[in-house]
Design a protein around this ligand. Structure first.
Ligand code: NDP
Length: 463
């Protein structure tokens, strides 16, 4: 057994009956994808849930659905060369991982972050396949990005980088082919520059990116959708116990797009968010982050592009804890909304010990495999990212349909659709994840997402 597999196995409590099949399968995946640790983690989590379904469905086994679903249909890697304000030439690496197009054109965000590598993007693209399937819309899964770090760069530098990135990417995308969106480090500013360059190169005003400005084809509520959706998903989970978010204390990590709109929706629904973070540390505000404080954070992060630590200077009741994450602050609800693997087993145990009983993931794979097991063993309401944060891509899907039909839906209409979709994702998770009285949302999301894609792959033959 490879060291990577031994390590993974010790971190995951497998489905008893299919543990050997999962291990054998993972051994082959790891042998073909050396060093892609986050991809291995994401694949293990899905395969562990779906193996009983695969084992009991001869057609899936014969068509080698599992072997095909872990292999990207296409990976594009390219050089991105640009010049900074001082005239120095920089070389970055760009990627697009087109993972699966069984149920629709490829769809998934672009991440600009110095740690981006092929393993990270394969994990994100793989997650995206199941997430997109769960939304009930017709979208395949993809992810892309670059090791470019937008932090500390001028607007002109970001623009030149985005133009250089799109100068290669435009050949591989299109409204019926692949429709990228934002992710970490790619917000409205970057999408605007990317769209401008696509239009310049192709001469076409296509709905080729989502998350666009609302004055040039973007959907209302798209910036809000991931954070709002994650809170709606928490509401659905809480409703199974006759509860709601109202009056609850909530911890939120991150302070970017997802975290900001998670806080906004929590406030609208009467909860009390008390934390935010960034890659340098966290703030704890026992009085609660209210609307005014949130508006200040949005200005800080989206306009001034400063650090969250400044919050404690602005609002003296709050404390800044450098290098820390929010998980030892007592709460009933937790919304990890920053980065993968930001919540480990110890954090999970601390959350549960302090009374947290509902976790809804705005980020992708923020909880480690060991952390997930702590939540499942404790029987708390745990909504994994591919279900809980699917609201963003769902509204991207609505943006695509608005662009195709030259339509414009109202905020109220889109928000209504978002709530309907989050409810339907929750219902599907319950349908496939009911476990006695409790619901295993990990299993439910993985199986519901998988079955739809697997059946489409079967129907389309060996391609
Ligand atoms: P943003 O770039 O807007 O914000 C990212 C946040 O995460 C920032 O607060 C950033 O801090 C923090 N962060 C970055 N790196 C680390 C790290 N290594 N450790 C701890 N915190 C870190 O991104 P989004 O809000 O869009 O994305 C957040 C998460 O949500 C990601 O996992 C993303 O994949 C996921 N997601 C996003 C969707 C969307 O619609 N945007 C859709 C579905 C999922 P700093 O400012 O210091 O970099």
């Amino acid at each position: 057994m490879t060291p990577a597999l031994t390590q993974l196995e010790s971190r995951m409590a497998s489905n008893g009956g299919t543990a050997t099949a999962v291990r054998d399968f993972m051994e082959k995946v790891i042998a073909r994808t050396h060093g892609e640790l986050e991809f291995h983690q994401a694949v293990w989590e899905v395969v562990d849930s779906v193996m009983p379904v695969v084992e009991s469905t001869p057609a899936y086994r014969q068509a080698k659905i599992l072997e095909r679903i872990v292999e990207p249909e296409r990976v594009v890697m390219f050089r991105v060369t640009w010049v900074d304000d001082g005239g120095e030439v920089h070389v970055n690496r760009g990627y697009r991982v087109q993972m699966n197009s069984a149920i629709g054109p490829y769809k998934g965000g672009l991440r600009f972050h110095p740690n981006v590598n092929i393993g990270m993007l394969k994990f994100l693209a793989f997650e995206q396949v199941f997430k997109n399937s769960l939304t009930t819309l017709y979208m395949g899964g993809a992810k892309g990005g670059s090791d470019f770090d937008p932090k500390g760069k001028s607007d002109n530098e970001v623009m030149r980088f985005c133009q250089a990135f799109m100068t290669e990417l435009y050949r591989h995308i299109g409204p019926d082919v692949d429709v990228p969106a934002g992710d970490v480090g790619v917000g409205g500013r970057e999408i605007g520059y990317l769209f401008g360059q696509y239009k310049k190169l192709t001469g076409r005003f296509h709905g080729v990116l989502t998350g666009k400005g609302t004055n040039y084809g973007g959907s209302l509520i798209r910036p809000e959708a991931t954070g709002y959706g994650s809170v709606y998903f928490a509401q659905e989970m809480l409703a199974t116990r006759g509860e709601s978010v109202e009056g609850k204390v909530a911890t939120v990590s991150g302070s970017g797009n997802v975290a900001q709109y998670t806080v906004e929706k929590l406030l609208q629904l009467g909860a009390k968010p008390v934390t935010l973070s960034d890659s340098a540390g966290m703030i704890h505000d026992p009085d609660g982050i209210d609307r005014e404080k949130l508006a200040w954070v949005m200005q800080l992060k989206n306009v001034r592009r400063g650090r969250i630590g400044e919050y404690a200077k602005q609002f003296p009741g709050a404390e800044y804890l450098p290098g820390r994450r929010p998980w030892d602050v007592p709460c009933q609800l937790a919304f990890p909304s920053a980065f993968q693997n930001e919540l480990d087993a110890e954090d999970a145990r601390t959350l549960v010990k302090n009374g947290c009983y509902c976790v809804s993931e705005g980020a992708n794979m923020p909880t480690t495999l060991e952390g997930i097991n702590v939540f499942l063993d404790a029987g708390i309401l745990y909504g994994p990212g591919k279900a809980a944060n699917a609201g963003g891509v769902a509204v991207s899907g609505l943006e695509m349909s608005q662009n195709a039909g030259c339509l414009r839906r109202s905020s109220q209409d889109v928000d209504q659709q978002l709530q309907v979709i989050m409810r339907s994702i929750h219902e599907n998770c319950v349908r496939y994840g009911q476990n006695g009285k409790a619901v295993n949302y990990v299993k439910g999301a993985n199986i519901a997402g998988f079955v739809k894609v697997a059946d489409a792959m079967l129907q389309q033959g060996v391609v």
